[in-house]
Design a protein. Structure first.
Length: 307
């Protein structure tokens, strides 16, 4: 099938995310884990430009270290483009320019945001008009975090994390994120969590994971203090076991006035919740003075969109 290009070049932006709450069930027979997450899209974005090409190619740059990002079909954005072409019966290709600002392998869903942006960019470039429901289905095939990158805002994710329902939120929440040198493999962190649970005699099946109602109440109230009391990440113990050097930064953030500090997703990026924008800036200054790269971000922000 042939398509008339809607534009010569399409620019799409997708947000990174934080897991405000993350509960992990035991490993299932298929090797995966059921989870319950409260996601929030934050103001650290990935930018993707798409333009017509004979084949599927990608160029990657950014303000973060992109040396470990594959530029072949292992890249989620390229796989997303191929999925759109396959679904729409499009016979051509696309060139993607990806500019990354979300830490790579940092637990903030940067690769998932790239994939979501590529889905939207190719759909817009080729005029395939697949619709939100179909794009969500394609996103779920690419990874658990890709559907949320499409959706944005704040949401509860269950199942593999891709069964989403919007969460009511009042106001904004301010965070300081601290990327760490070197990434952590998400499968490795999950596997290590299984080992830790087995070592502590907790290998039996757990109940179906669920988001703490206190988290949802705090979000509805726009109350960062209450959110700090209920925020939790089951992957944190495994991430800190693999990267014990992160503990000192968590302690520093706590001493500097963060309401809560936690590993973001599978890590190693750390996220510190602040009382407000002013408190976040003060925390950013303290962490930066300690030689850390500290970024002030806020959420919720919109999901993937054409610019």
């Amino acid at each position: 099938m042939t398509h008339a290009f809607v534009a010569d070049r399409v620019h799409v932006r997708a947000p990174g995310k934080l897991n405000l709450f993350f509960e992990v069930g035991d490993v299932q027979d298929d090797g995966y884990h059921d989870v319950a997450s409260a996601y929030q899209a934050v103001s650290l974005f990935e930018d993707v430009w798409a333009e017509p090409a004979d084949d599927f190619t990608i160029a990657i740059s950014g303000t973060v270290d992109v040396s470990g990002v594959p530029a072949d079909d292992r890249n989620l954005a390229l796989r997303a483009a191929r999925l759109v072409a396959q679904k729409a019966g499009y016979a051509g290709g696309v060139h993607l320019d990806v500019v990354k600002h979300v830490p790579v392998a940092g637990g903030m869903g940067g690769g998932s945001a790239d994939a979501a942006a590529a889905l939207v960019a190719c759909d817009a470039l080729w005029g395939t008009d697949l619709g939100a429901a179909t794009l969500h289905q394609l996103a779920a095939r690419l990874g658990a975090d890709v559907p949320f990158a499409l959706m944005g805002g704040t949401a509860v994710g269950t199942g593999r994390g891709d069964e989403l329902s919007a969460a009511l939120v009042r106001g904004r929440f301010d965070w300081v994120v601290v990327p760490a040198e070197g990434g952590l493999s998400t499968p490795e962190v999950y596997a290590h969590l299984d080992v830790l649970r087995a070592d502590h005699g907790a290998l039996s099946r757990v109940r179906t994971p669920a988001v703490d109602p206190g988290v949802l109440k705090a979000l509805r109230a726009g109350d960062p203090v209450a959110l700090a009391e209920h925020a939790r990440n089951d992957l944190q113990a495994a991430a800190l076991s693999l990267r014990p050097d992160l503990r000192a930064t968590l302690e520093l953030g706590d001493q500097a006035g963060a309401l809560a500090g936690m590993v973001s997703g599978s890590g190693p990026t750390l996220a510190f919740l602040a009382a407000d924008a002013e408190a976040a800036l003060e925390l950013q200054v303290v962490l930066s003075a300690a030689g850390l790269r500290a970024l002030h971000v806020h959420g919720p922000v919109p999901g993937t969109r054409v610019m």
